[in-house]
Design a protein around this ligand. Structure first.
Ligand code: CA
Ligand code: CA
Length: 230
């Protein structure tokens, strides 16, 4: 693309509302867990079927996923602070961008812990473990009715000039007992088209390694033969 046209497009983009992308992740790849964590977060595991854990005092379990077959398990162990599970990483953001995210958390204790909330912090693209200040969140907890949804919308306004990313956190609130288990499913992010949304999904092969894999399976035999014939 010629430079003048690119400049014109950038100018146009900065003065118009951005088109949005909606991206869902429900842990259905059977592999993904988290992108990172903070605090006493233990045992992130991609699970399926009925799960039995503890609410810190009594046995505490879930019958299965909220959607599909797979979901995420995390625990707080030992109890202390507020662990954060980094469930989504939105990069390439610009000041004023609006980002919405939601997930379903399992909670059968209405009005008391264990419970979950959705929160966020600013970061730098390329490093999900960077921290450029809190972005706030939604003070509403999972409602204790079983699977319930929490969500929030952020307007991208970091105080740090270098921040161009948002990390979406699932925050864990345990009781005063021992190790407490939590389950999460059906994450959704709505972000501007110019941003990139990442979850802890199974890695997608790069085009080159994918071609090598196909060659290994003999599916690109024609190409291989032609090369060896030179
Ligand atoms: Ca699922
Ligand atoms: Ca609760």
């Amino acid at each position: 693309m010629k430079t003048p046209m690119l400049a014109a497009l950038i100018l146009l983009g900065s003065t118009q509302a951005h088109a949005l992308q909606t991206v869902d992740y429900g842990w259905e790849d059977g592999v993904g867990t988290l992108l990172g964590s903070y605090g006493n977060l233990a045992d992130p595991v991609n699970v399926t079927g009925a799960q039995l854990g503890s609410n810190g005092v009594d046995p505490y379990g879930v019958a299965g996923a909220h959607g599909g077959d797979r979901f995420l398990h995390v625990a707080e162990d030992p109890i202390g602070g507020t662990p954060q599970a980094y469930v989504a990483f939105i990069t390439g953001l610009q000041a004023g961008d609006e980002i919405s995210a939601s997930f379903w958390g399992y909670d059968d204790t209405a009005g008391s812990n264990p419970s979950l909330r959705i929160w966020g912090h600013y970061a730098v693209s390329g490093d999900v473990n960077s921290y450029e200040g809190s972005a706030g969140g939604n003070t509403t907890y999972t409602d204790g009715s079983g699977w319930s949804q929490v969500g929030n919308t952020w307007t991208f306004a970091p105080s740090s000039a270098g921040a161009d990313a948002l990390v979406v956190e699932a925050r864990l609130y345990s009781g005063s007992g021992g190790r407490t288990d939590f389950w999460i499913d059906d994450l959704q992010v709505i972000a501007p088209d110019h941003a990139t949304v990442q979850f802890a999904a199974a890695p997608v092969p790069e085009p080159e390694s994918y071609a090598l894999m196909l060659a290994g399976l003999g599916l690109l035999g024609g190409v291989v033969r032609r090369r060896t014939g030179r």
